[in-house]
Structure formats: structure tokens, C-alpha cells
Design a binder for this molecule. Structure first.
Ligand code: WT7
Length: 704
């Protein structure tokens, strides 16, 4: 039977043509000092040496008990790494550095107000704080091995302290990005079954002291609506002793950590020796259906993987000052602000606020002041800094040896600005492709040994063997110029263990599509589907085209279209909602909502506002739509499915393609006229899209 689906498949396979970029080579000075500068490393990570090659990463850790089996594949695709081994993550990140580096800075925290002093927290001090808070969590919080605790914390040192205190006790932490709404946090509390919520009264953002505790009340209420009761809310105070929120504390439920802490001052807690396979934390991300996915990350495999990749790909040495300007509320921050860098015993910088506060020079002042040697950020931030302060970096005397980019494809032009102006041509760049599910990098260049190519992340990293398949499960040849679905052929230590409470969805989403034999215990039969479209050039370098599911990457982070649409549908007047990505000069992609009203209702600015408010309430400001278009009807297939691909094309001024198979083809022109006329009037006609962006829009909305 010929369906709309078949037609999409052939479109997704169109050859992708673009200019190949030139190589850039690392400076000699960098190569000389790099952790990985001997090509023999590629030999050690050859496929023939898999999985034993990963012993090299595990040996970077301190084990209480050494493991027996590197990789256990007896229950695919639930891989088990370093089986039989025991360790504690907080010991690896802190205790083990005390002997040599007790009074070296572990974390350097930069508050947003420039009038507030930067805080250097030594390994010794961090050790003390972790122990005290662990004692409090165990004593007052009554939590232990395997319990989940949700955090809704901003970029303050209390966040890594809370994470590592949980890790010390074998408690599974679950940090929800501070910018997410209370409702989103509540959903994750309920899903994970956390009796305790840890939050903060307020934090600084763009010069304002934000009332954050208010979200805790919403979170507890939202969890309750889903049938889950929170026992205790532990509130750190941004200024201890002084409450920065207008929201009342609920007696018997809400407690100030600084007050409780008196009882635990100076207490030490024996670290719990955890099996390598014990979960360390959950990190929620968006997927195709509405329910967010709690990715479960292991202790041994995860920590080994982030430590190894941070050492070789980010070239972190203990004597570096390393700054990843991401938020710890995302996986990037977990892996590459906290666990990787601290495991390597380096000094990791944390910045509380926004990049442009109070001006476009702030980031570079921080870099100069602290003598940052390694810098790590996302294309969305690079675009922002370039737009508002293209010449600012020149005014500051800092010198990076290494820079990372992560989260979304970077345009070659933006890459070149990063290289020339931010990096002053002195720094290597690694473009790291990976996902919340992966624990650490999947695609990147090994900085001293493989040249950079703007716009490509590079080949699979050490021990990762990527492959691209088409919809018919056929191999897409390297260098063919054709796009397909990128998969990883093998398991790796950082891969998540499952989706919390949803084993079937885990198998279905990531393995079902290309599994060759469901009965097989051979990892070779279980390629991991990353969910990204990609092209691999003849040199093996991968260019990521974006998601193949209904997920929109805003400022480097995944937002589920279903979540956005459900949020819009909480507005009474709305009958149907569709979310699509629109190319945005700063955020990469922004969200646009298309709305159909219930019969008899008229479009209005108020209704548009209501939709925006609903999305901010349910998900958070990060999801705020750029535009809300109230239309008379949605383009639909004969089976009633909204054709998001068509509205995405309208929003992006790209070719709409064949619409003759739609149930209501006439609506397309009318929506196009409405939206594009208005966009032209607002000066929102986008630049011409790149071939890969066009490809992304064509693919959008094809997932079932
Ligand atoms: C999706 C994962 C893990 C980092 C934070 C985002 C896209 C990520 C790159 C890159 C091109 C990238 C992919 C991926 N992505 N890094 N270097 N080049 N695309 O984590 O929210 O789980 O999103 O972000 O589409 O699947 P996430």
C-alpha cells in the first residue's frame, strides 16, 4: 500500500550536497603537552580490542574492588560494564585527591553580581561540605542506597555538593534544570519517586534575584496531582541566614539547609562502596511521546567514560583551569563540569549567571581573571557572544589552549569566529556530538591527532564505531554523500542503562529498529539508534543533520513536540496544537506553535498570550514559542495525522513539497499566506537555509 510514509522515506534519502570544509591543524604547542599525542592510542582502541580497550578508562578510577568482567552481554541490550567492581563516585571525585591536592581549588564559583566575590572551594573544603550534607541527608532526610532525591537547583556550588553527597550514600540524584518550571519538576519527582526535593530560595539571573522557591510549591503540587507525595523540601539559601523568596515556608515540610546544618557540622560519612552497575543518577530528557524519559546512568561505567573522554578529548590536566559554561542541570554539566573534571583532579569553574550580564565582555573577564585554559560552551552561546560583542575577546588577556562546542551543529562561520576571535588561533576546538542518553562524547576529533573540520564533529571517538543505515536497514556507504540514521554499532561504558521504570520503551526506542536478532546475545546484533540524521564524509568525519524524531533542539537542548503541544492544550479554547522548529539566528532552533481553536471561537492576541503562558508554566521559559499562529485548520493526512513537515516548511520559507496526498491540500496555501505575510511584515524572513537545514525540515515530524 502506498502511504504518505513511503514518500517521506525517499525524501529522507536525497543526496545531501554541500561544500566540504578545509582542515584546521592543532598548534605545535598544544600537541607537545596533550594527554593523547601518540597515534598508538588508535591501536589500543581498535575494534578487535573491544571491549577490553575500555580497561584503559576504568583504570583511571580508584576501585574498592577491581572488576572481573569488562562487559557482560547476557541480557541485551541491558549491557553491564566492569561487573564485580565496587567504587564510590564521591571518593573518586574528591577524597582521592586530598593526599596531593587538599588545598587546590576543586570548584571556582563565579556569582553573577560582579560585586560578589568569586569563591574558590578547595578539595578539602568540598570534602567537608559533601560529608556534612551527606550526614544531613542520611540523618534528617532518612535516605539510603537506591533512593531517589530530586534537585531543582541553579548554578551554585550547593548543586555539586548535593550531587556528590548523594553519590557518597549510594542515593540516586535527579537534578532538574533550574530554568524548568515547577510543573516540569513535579512530573519528574513523581516519575522518579523522590520523597525529597532539594531546592534554593533564589539565584541571580540577568541582574535579578529570582524567586526560585516558588517553583518548589508548584512542583510539590504537580507531583501530588500525579499521585505522589513529597515529604520534605530542603531549601538552600543563596545568602545563608537570609530568605530571598516571598513564598512562605510550609511548616513540617520545608526546611532551611543552613539551619539544619548546625547539627551536622564537621560530621564525616563513610562512603558507601557501590557496585559498578548501581545507578548514580537520573537525567530526564524529551522523547517522541509526552512522558519524559529518565535516563539511568551507572556508577562505574559512566564515571570511567567521562573521566577517559575528559582526559583525552578535553585534554584536562590537573593543573588546568577548566571552564564549562553549560548548566549542571543538563547532562553536559553533570559529565563535564562535575564528574569528569573532578575525577581528574582539576579546577572546574562554575558561573551562576547569563553570558551577557552585565555586558558582552563578562565571559572574557572571567577567563582572564581566573586564567582559564580550557573553555567549553554551546553554539547558541557562541552566536550570542558573536552577535553582541564580536570584538570583545580581543580586549582581554586570556589564552585558551582548548575549546569545546556541544549541543547542536555549529555553522562553519560561527566555528571560524570561535577559532579566530575567541580562541585567538591558539586553541584547538573539539566539536562534541552526543546525547543525554550517552553519558559522554560519541563523535569528536582527538585534538592533537586529528585535524578539525568546521561543521563536522569528526569521527567516532575512541572505542565508538558509528554506522549509518537507511530506512530499509541498508548500510549508507561512507563518502556516498547520502544521509541516513546514525547508529553506534557497539555498547560503551557511558551508555545509559535504561529509561527509569520503562524498560520496554528503552528497547523499543533505541534498539528495536536495527536489531538483527532479538534472541542474540552478541552485541554486534544490537546497534544503538541515536535518533539523529547524519552524513559521513570519505574521511570518516560525521556531519549531524538534527533529530529524526519529533524533538526540537532549542539552544542545544531537546524539547519534545508532544510536551509542547500538551502544554498548549491545557488552554481551554484550544482544539489542536502543533509545534514545529524554526531556524533562529541565536538559539539554533526556536519553537513555533500552530493552533486551531474550538468551533465558534475567534483568534486574538489574548489567546496567543495564553498559549505562551501555558507553555512557560508547564515546561519553562526555555520553551517559549517565538510565534503562535492561530489557523483555521491544520494540514492533515487522510488518516488525520497533522503534517508537521508542511507547517515547518511554511514557518521556514522552504519548499513545501508535494501536498496532493493530504486530506485538505487547500488549507496549505491559506496558512502559508497568513503566516508568511505576517512574518514578512515583522521582518522575520529567515536567511536562505543551508542544505542540511532544509533536509532537517523535510524530515521533521516523520516519527511515529
Ligand atoms: C541532541 C542531544 C549531550 C549534549 C547536550 C545535548 C544534538 C548534540 C551535537 C553536536 C550536532 C549535536 C543531536 C543530539 N547535538 N551535540 N556537537 N553537533 N548536533 O543533549 O539534549 O540530549 O540533545 O543534540 O541532535 O541527538 P541532548
Amino acid at each position: 500500500m502506498a502511504t504518505d510514509q513511503d514518500q517521506e522515506v525517499s525524501e529522507a534519502q536525497i543526496a545531501v550536497h554541500w561544500r566540504e570544509e578545509e582542515y584546521y591543524y592543532p598548534p605545535a604547542k598544544f600537541i607537545g603537552q596533550a594527554n593523547a599525542n601518540d597515534p598508538a592510542i588508535f591501536e589500543r582502541f581498535r575494534e578487535e580490542d573491544f571491549p577490553e580497550c575500555f580497561k584503559e578508562y576504568a583504570d583511571l578510577l580508584t576501585w574498592d574492588q577491581y572488576w572481573k568482567t569488562t562487559l557482560d552481554t547476557s541480557n541485551p541490550p541491558f549491557w553491564k560494564w566492569f561487573v564485580g567492581g565496587r567504587l564510590n563516585a564521591s571518593v573518586n571525585c574528591v577524597d582521592r585527591h586530598l593526599a596531593t591536592s587538599r588545598n587546590k581549588a576543586a570548584l571556582i564559583w563565579v556569582p553573577e553580581p560582579e560585586s560578589e566575590e568569586t569563591q574558590a572551594i578547595t578539595y578539602q573544603e568540598l570534602y567537608k561540605r559533601i560529608n556534612e550534607f551527606a550526614a544531613l541527608l542520611r540523618g534528617f532526610g532518612d535516605v539510603g542506597i537506591g533512593d531517589r532525591v530530586t534537585f531543582h537547583l541553579p548554578m551554585v556550588p550547593e548543586l555539586p555538593v548535593s550531587m556528590l553527597a548523594c553519590a557518597r550514600l549510594g542515593v540516586i540524584h535527579n537534578e532538574v534544570f533550574g530554568g524548568f518550571s515547577g510543573a516540569a519538576c513535579g512530573g519528574r519527582i513523581a516519575d522518579s519517586g523522590s520523597r525529597i526535593l532539594i531546592t534554593m530560595d533564589g539565584y541571580y539571573r540577568n541582574g535579578e534575584l529570582i524567586d526560585h522557591k516558588a517553583k518548589a510549591d508548584e512542583a510539590v503540587a504537580a507531583a501530588k496531582e500525579q499521585g505522589f507525595e513529597v515529604d520534605k523540601v530542603l531549601v538552600w539559601r543563596r545568602h545563608p541566614g537570609q530568605y530571598s523568596s516571598k513564598t512562605p515556608m510550609v511548616a513540617g515540610r520545608d526546611f532551611f539547609v543552613d539551619e539544619l546544618m548546625h547539627e551536622y557540622a564537621g560530621r564525616l560519612v563513610d562512603p558507601v562502596s557501590m557496585p559498578a552497575e548501581a545507578p548514580l543518577f537520573l537525567m530526564y530528557t524529551s522523547g517522541t511521546t509526552g512522558r519524559p524519559k529518565g535516563c539511568v546512568h551507572s556508577t562505574g561505567g559512566y564515571l570511567a567514560y567521562v573521566t577517559g573522554t575528559a582526559k583525552y578529548y578535553q585534554d584536562i590536566h590537573p593543573e588546568d583551569t577548566y571552564w564549562c559554561a553549560a548548566d549542571i542541570g543538563w547532562i553536559t554539566g553533570h559529565s563535564y563540569i562535575v564528574y569528569g573534571p573532578l575525577s581528574l583532579g582539576t579546577s572546574s569553574v562554575m558561573y551562576e549567571g547569563v553570558p551577557l550580564y552585565p555586558d558582552a565582555g563578562r565571559m572574557w573577564r572571567i577567563a582572564e581573571r581566573l586564567g582559564v585554559s580550557i573553555f567549553h560552551t554551546a553554539p547558541t552561546t557562541i552566536r550570542l557572544l558573536r552577535k553582541f560583542g564580536p570584538d570583545e575577546p580581543k580586549k582581554y588577556d586570556y589564552h585558551f589552549k582548548h575549546m569545546t562546542t556541544v549541543g547542536e551543529p555549529i555553522e562553519p562561520e560561527v566555528w571560524r569566529w570561535y577559532h579566530e576571535v575567541v580562541g585567538k588561533r591558539e586553541a584547538v576546538i573539539v566539536d562534541t556530538w552526543w546525547q543525554t542518553e550517552n553519558g559522554g562524547f560519541l563523535g569528536s576529533t582527538l585534538p592533537a591527532l586529528q585535524p578539525m573540520k568546521p561543521g563536522s564533529c569528526g569521527p567516532g571517538v575512541l572505542g565508538i564505531y558509528p554506522v549509518i543505515y537507511d530506512e530499509e536497514r541498508k548500510l549508507v556507504e561512507v563518502g556516498s554523500g547520502r544521509a541516513g540514521n546514525i547508529c553506534i554499532r557497539n555498547p560503551w561504558p557511558g551508555i545509559f542503562q535504561t529509561i527509569w521504570g520503562q524498560d520496554e520503551r528503552f528497547v523499543e526506542t533505541y534498539y528495536a529498529k536495527y536489531c538483527r536478532d532479538k534472541e542474540s546475545k552478541d552485541w554486534r546484533d544490537w546497534p544503538y539508534l541515536a535518533g539523529d540524521g547524519a552524513v559521513q564524509a570519505a574521511d570518516g568525519y560525521i556531519r549531524i543533520l538534527g533529530r529524526i524524531d519529533d524533538v526540537i533542539n532549542v539552544a542545544g537542548h531537546r524539547l519534545g513536540t508532544k510536551e509542547l503541544e500538551s502544554a498548549a492544550l491545557t488552554v481551554d479554547e484550544i482544539a489542536e496544537a502543533a509545534a514545529v522548529p524554526v531556524v533562529d539566528e541565536l538559539r539554533g532552533r526556536a519553537v513555533e506553535m500552530y493552533i486551531a481553536l474550538k468551533p465558534g471561537l475567534k483568534p486574538s492576541k489574548e489567546l496567543e498570550e495564553k498559549v505562551i503562558k501555558a507553555i512557560e508554566k508547564e515546561i519553562g521559559k526555555i520553551a517559549r514559542p517565538k510565534n503562535v499562529w492561530i489557523v483555521t485548520d491544520m494540514p492533515k493526512t487522510r488518516s488525520g495525522k497533522i503534517m508537521r513537515r508542511v507547517i515547518a516548511a511554511i514557518s521556514n520559507f522552504t519548499d513545501i513539497g508535494d501536498v496532493t496526498t493530504l486530506a485538505n491540500p487547500e488549507i496549505v496555501d491559506s496558512i502559508r499566506h497568513q503566516v508568511q505575510t505576517e512574518k514578512a511584515a515583522r521582518g522575520e524572513v529567515p536567511r536562505e537555509l543551508t542544505p542540511q537545514e532544509v533536509e532537517e525540515m523535510k524530515r521533521f515530524g516523520q516519527a511515529e
